[in-house]
Design a protein around this ligand. Sequence first.
Ligand code: AMP
Ligand code: GLY
Length: 426
Amino acid sequence: MNVLVIGSGGREHALVWKLKQSKLVTTVFCAPGNAGIAMEAQCVDIDATDINGLLRFARDTKIDFTVVGPEAPLVIGIVDEFEKNGMPIFGPSQKAAELEGSKVFMKYLLEKYDIPTAQYRVFKEYEDAVAFIKNTGIPVVVKADGLAAGKGAIVCNNRQEAFDALDIIMKKRAFGDAGNQVIIEECLQGYEVSVLAIADGEDLIYLAPAQDHKRILDNDEGPNTGGMGAYAPAPQITPELMMRIHHEIMLPTLKGMALEDRPYKGVLYAGLMITASGPKVLEYNCRFGDPETQAILPLTKSDLLQAMMAARDGMLKDMEWENHPGAAVCVVIASGGYPGHYEKGKPILGLDSRIDDNIMVFHAGTRWEGENIVTSGGRVLGVTAVGNTIKEAINSVYKAVGKIAFDGAYYRKDIGAKAVKYQETL
Ligand code: AMP
Ligand code: GLY
């Protein structure tokens, strides 16, 4: 089969890497890809949101199956467009992708189907939102309704911060129309986990639960980023807790989406807070996580393409799914200055050094410049190690990270430390 992967980040490199292992696959194409993906797949320079361009390419190249990485093409309806044209594709329809595309819709669904989440109010008018903040408990979280590249949720520790957040979203319109409505919600306490499943509308198969590291600095300090590293499986998620997550959150969400006439096929990614009273939904994403995927996919044993095809066909029930034992840790190497201003075009050294079989170097912001691979984005590489334990994976991954260098390279030194600390308390 010819398979097309859409996107250009570390997540897409991990998808390409995993899909290539499928015995069904002849060639993997990627649009637009990056320098690392270009070493494993045929890259084509088409933007991830150019649906007509992608459809034309897929037809001309006789692509048998398309896999979408980022949310943007899903939310604008790439799946509907491909399917309408007889091109099989993995992901939710535009109506189903609204679970990520509109937080107001997500909250409506959760409330209607009694799925645990933070208490909230929706506001269309700035003045009403300000009046509410004046009388509400603090801390609160202020969120733009629509897509905001991961920056639309602002945790506010005092009223002034909440007024500022409203100003940024509703007056300065930092996220454009995504800020036409805001959600103000209760700030949940606990630990965060990303639970990703492949869904076929009715049934689910679970990937290893993962934990992201969103802040730029060690000990979860400093501003939010796209994600500075991840580990899986998250040891805090016991089988009992996973059962609760399945019965209280994931399954009712799928049922609710079906009842709303938006059957959900694709990756259902629940961002959860595990609170003292149980798991609650912070957000839903309609796609794989980045960098969670770079830790999760190396732990999957079964054929990912087969699972994706079964999901599209509504046949997951019959699918056997196996994960490898052990753990994986992914450390993101970023450009100095990220998530603020950073420079690009720095040659990356050490990419060709002999690295062990249990190490994967997934590229994100990289491109070829003549004979060299240079930096071209904020998050540059995601280095993943697989080990018998998280501790073992941490040791391996940091050895590998130490062999790679570029001017200004920055990475967190504590990816996975929380899991080890937790395990030591058991
Ligand atoms: P979101 O874009 O909704 O995933 O939010 C981004 C981040 O903000 C989450 O990963 C959490 O760390 C934090 N966050 C969002 N909502 C809440 C909440 N209700 N309580 C505490 N933290 C939250
Ligand atoms: N790692 C967070 C996300 O993919 O949204």
